[in-house]
Design a protein around this ligand. Structure first.
Ligand code: ADP
Length: 596
């Protein structure tokens, strides 16, 4: 039911170098902004030192209190106020820069992902499960975004703060600098250990939580069965069992965190104590003033506390790791179908098609889907592709559309190789009515005018009439404005096909490809679709992947495909005379019914 083993553990071979390279590549439009941001943060972190530094002078004045220095002291307090305000304003700009980076990255990633997905050829989409892919990419973008926020708000400022603090401390006295250099790495090392070990458990816990969510969904989707067989208690028990394990893991994780925190606090406290000891020694020694001691303590304290903020960095990188790879893979994906940028952009088209010794096999398969296929379709004729399932009919139709290129041989359109055309220009002369017409979750009107959004209502109604679709559309509650598709009214197979025909009619193609439904339409729908086809066939090249005798009989030419080869070609009369032929056999088999 729910497979837990399917989730791969990617932590074993996490390649940090590749991760950074790929991430940097994904951040292309923000490169300049990121570099400017880092420089700005360096300035900001240096400026942050001003407040505590002025405080040092104030304290030094207090420790040697002299009444006549009051004015100077007030001046310093005012200066400190101004410095703090300046930092606050710089902070504001730094935050704005972060938002700017985040928005740039997020809009770029989602825009390019969408563009990539829409433009990638059909072959890619057939290989990949699209629903899954969209979900994973969206989740991936969110994860990358989260990581960048965490870097911009926590990791980068804290790291720079630690560096600036260390340098300043070295200037005051080398002992302070060395203390930071000793304790900070230990602290970071401890954080890394707890994070890397906890990461595995956390990942397992997330998988388990996903499983539990999946389990819950299964129970609810199949609620009829659950209740009919009185299994509610068992389902609940199983669910609780899974959730109990999740909670156990959470407790274990936090227990570990807390233990490590004891160690981390110990390190920080040792750091603090060393700082103080050195300070007292140096004050006693007259090497530094009390003011300097407080300055040292303030800035080192701030830096040490900030360190806690970056302790989840390992987590963030790991979580984003998978997403970075996934999104980068999509961005690097190359189209199988190369569009010639200087391709022919025809103004007119005859619609004559020729296949010349075409060989083709799908990437995922060793079998030839088409083998040495040659035929000619004259402009304005109706051609029926027939033959047993798996024969190659759909593949032929896809090649006419150039969803795939042949590995051997050529496909010609009006005497020119399809590859010589600009892909998008020649496809404008084509329309396809697939078996399962894809319906968008919008109104009937928008669905029909999909290929020609500028169509007037009059044109849409005319197309619907030709497609024999008007009759059912007017019966819908809101007629042409009724929302259909996923969240609207569900349409029957026959209705969908008629919408598909209306869509194709409006596109006014030179070449129409019609994939006849194999599933049983009621005879009334079938008749309406047949009539609609008769109306739109005139003056166009039509290719029908045909399953019904009535359609086939009317075709000018029949091409019989079996195992990827053209086994017969001719008119209905010619082919039915060939008693040993496949066509004849198919006719015999399903004399009165459909030809499969
Ligand atoms: P038909 O339309 O006549 O039923 P197809 O053109 O769909 O035949 O299929 C021809 C051959 O190509 C079959 O062997 C089929 O299994 C294979 N095939 C079709 N589509 C794909 C695909 N997307 N990936 C791999 N093999 C495919």
């Amino acid at each position: 039911m729910i497979s837990r083993n399917s989730k791969k553990d990617n932590t074993v071979q996490f390649d940090f170098r590749q991760f950074w390279i790929k991430l940097w590549r994904l951040l292309v439009p923000a490169h300049g902004k990121i570099i400017k941001f880092v420089i700005f943060v360096v300035v900001l972190e240096i400026s942050r030192m001003a407040g505590p530094y002025i405080l040092k002078y104030i304290i030094d004045l207090i420790t040697n209190f002299q009444a006549e220095k009051i004015g100077q002291m007030i001046g310093l307090i005012a200066l400190m106020f101004v410095a703090n305000q300046a930092v606050s304003i710089m902070n504001f700009f730094s935050d704005r820069r972060i938002f700017d980076i985040l928005i740039t990255v997020e809009s770029y990633l989602s825009d390019i992902s969408f563009k990539k997905l829409v433009f990638l050829d059909l072959g890619y989409h057939e290989r990949e499960n699209s629903g899954n892919k969209v979900y994973k990419i969206q989740k991936g973008i969110t994860k990358i975004d989260e990581m960048i926020s965490s870097f911009s708000w926590e990791v980068i400022p804290t790291s720079i703060q630690v560096v600036v603090t260390t340098v300043v401390l070295f200037f005051i006295n080398w002992r302070f600098g060395v203390t930071i250099l000793v304790f900070v790495p230990i602290f970071l090392w401890l954080s890394l250990i707890v994070n890397s070990t906890n990461y595995l458990t956390r990942k397992k816990r997330h998988d388990l939580q996903e499983d539990a969510a999946g389990f819950m969904a299964q129970s609810i989707v199949n609620i009829n069965t659950v209740q009919s067989f009185v299994q509610e208690k068992r389902e609940r028990k199983n669910f609780r069992g899974m959730m109990d394990r999740v909670f156990e893991m959470i407790l274990w994780e936090y227990g570990r965190y807390m233990k490590y925190n004891l160690w981390r606090n110990l390190v920080i406290d040792l750091g603090r104590a060393s700082m103080l000891l050195f300070s007292i020694y140096l004050v006693w020694n007259n090497s530094i003033t009390v003011g300097s001691m407080i300055f040292v303590f303030t800035i080192s304290e701030k830096a040490l506390i900030s360190l806690y903020r970056i302790s989840r960095i390992y987590d963030k990188i790991m979580e984003a790791g998978e997403s970075v790879v996934r999104v980068d893979d999509l961005f690097q994906e190359k189209e199988d179908i190369f569009n010639n940028p200087k391709g022919i952009r025809p103004k007119e088209m005859e619609g004559a098609i020729e296949f010349k010794q075409v060989d083709f096999s799908y990437r995922s398969s060793d079998i030839k889907a088409l083998e040495n296929v040659s035929f000619k379709i004259t402009s304005g004729s109706v051609t029926a592709l027939v033959g047993p399932s798996g024969g190659g009919k759909t593949t032929v139709a896809r090649m006419v559309y150039r969803h795939y290129d042949p590995q051997e041989g050529q496909v010609f359109l009006d005497g020119k190789d399809l590859r010589e055309y600009d892909l998008f220009s020649f496809r404008k002369f084509f329309a396809i009515v697939p078996q399962e017409v894809e319906i968008f979750n919008t109104s009937v009107r928008d669905n029909i005018s999909y290929a020609k959004p500028s169509a007037s209502m009059k044109e849409i109604v005319a197309a619907a009439r030709i497609a024999n679709a008007e009759e059912f559309i007017l019966k819908l509650r809101e007629g042409y404005d009724t929302v259909v598709g996923e969240r609207g009214v569900k349409l029957s197979g026959g209705q969908r096909q008629r919408i598909g025909i209306a869509r194709a009619v409006l596109a006014n193609p030179r070449v129409l490809i019609f994939d006849e439904a194999t599933s049983n339409l009621d005879s009334y729908s079938e008749k309406l679709i047949q009539e609609a086809l008769d109306k739109i066939e005139k003056g166009r090249t039509v290719i029908i992947i045909a399953h019904r005798l009535s359609t086939i009989k009317k075709a000018d030419k029949i091409i019989v495909l079996e195992n990827g080869r053209v086994v017969e070609e001719g008119s209905h009369i010619e082919l039915s005379r060939e008693e040993k032929g496949l066509y004849h056999k198919l006719l015999e088999l399903q004399r009165m019914g459909d030809v499969e």
